[in-house]
Design a protein around this ligand. Structure first.
Ligand code: RIB
Length: 311
């Protein structure tokens, strides 16, 4: 059993502000910190801390942030299959307000150079049980990885974030599509019904499952809806916690879910397995929002089990 994550790694500059500035507005930060982030990196570390054996395919600059991100991922138990490239390591500017909400701008840098996959990267994907993808790296790599995984019967999980149209050739190779509500409403325009702007979340999840893969629609503190094509959507309720920073919570959910699927599924990806994985992932995300930063907030398997036992 193993999980491969292909995706971005960023150095996150996090500004804590009373409220996120409106266009044209200047606000003063209460503090600033530099932490490890990037959706791919966060998901790889979340899967590793949830107990999976993880390989992370990534592009990093030959710079100090790249060295530091590689060292932190390795310290979390992730095996890196890293390209060290001439572009600087990716950077994200993040503002986090007093309600724990955030706004993020990413300069992809080195992440942009993760395009066509090489022989070693394809072999790692073919040998894995689960592949996890997001959309902070070029679409060519995402499609190539998904197709390599499909050819090898590796389960493919796509977190369609940041959102962009999904080519039919990619959708055909995806087993599980994870989106938040904002991303889901964008993607709904790709469905046959194409009239989901005002529909409720169950209808939205069902409409998205027309695209082919099973759909997990994350709802923040309210949990997640799991929808398998041809079945009624199922709500996995969220955990009641006081959030201080939601940055990376979606990534924690995706990584923890992948780890659980890696551990649980033996060739079948049924509704029950997805619900169990979503319950586990919801707990992991609930722990992460009670802490600051992306990577620093990701819980270990022991912390997830402990939270389960007392809630
Ligand atoms: O999902 C949170 C992540 O988005 C941050 O860590 C930031 O680097 C961006 O990739």
């Amino acid at each position: 059993m193993s999980t491969v994550v292909l995706g971005s790694a960023n150095r996150d500059l996090v500004y804590r502000v009373e409220r996120i500035p409106s266009p044209g507005e200047t606000v003063l930060a209460a503090s600033v910190s530099v932490v490890a982030g990037g959706k791919g990196n966060n998901q790889a570390i979340a899967a590793a801390r949830s107990g999976a054996e993880v390989t992370f395919i990534v592009a990093l600059g030959t710079d100090e942030p790249g060295d530091r991100l590689a060292a932190e991922a390795a310290a979390a138990g992730v095996t890196l299959q890293a390209r060290r490239v001439t572009e600087p390591t990716g950077t994200a500017i993040i503002t986090v307000d007093d309600n724990g909400e955030n706004a993020i701008v990413v300069n992809p840098g080195a992440n942009r150079l993760l395009e066509m996959l090489n022989v070693g990267e394809n072999a790692a994907i073919a040998g894995a049980h689960v592949l996890v993808l997001q959309l902070e790296t070029p679409m060519s790599a995402v499609i190539g990885a998904a197709n390599a995984a499909r050819a090898a019967s590796t389960t493919v999980v796509l977190n369609a974030s940041p959102i962009q149209p999904l080519p039919a050739g990619l959708l055909a190779s995806i087993d599980v599509l994870i989106v938040n509500e904002h991303e889901a409403r964008h993607l709904a325009a790709q469905t046959r019904s194409n009239q989901t702007q005002n529909e409720d979340e169950n209808a939205l999840a069902s409409a998205l499952s027309e695209l082919g893969p099973a759909v997990i629609l994350t709802l923040g503190p309210r949990g997640a809806i799991v929808c398998v094509p041809g079945e009624l959507p199922v709500l996995v309720p969220g955990r009641r916690v006081a959030a201080v920073d939601t940055t990376g919570a979606g990534d924690t959910f995706c990584g923890a879910l992948a780890a659980k699927l890696d551990q649980e599924t033996r060739g079948t990806l049924d509704l029950g397995a997805l619900i169990r994985a979503a319950e586990f992932a919801t707990t992991a995300a609930a722990i992460s929002v009670q802490r600051h930063g992306a990577v620093p907030s990701i819980p270990t398997l022991e912390e997830i089990r402990h939270f389960h036992s007392i809630n």
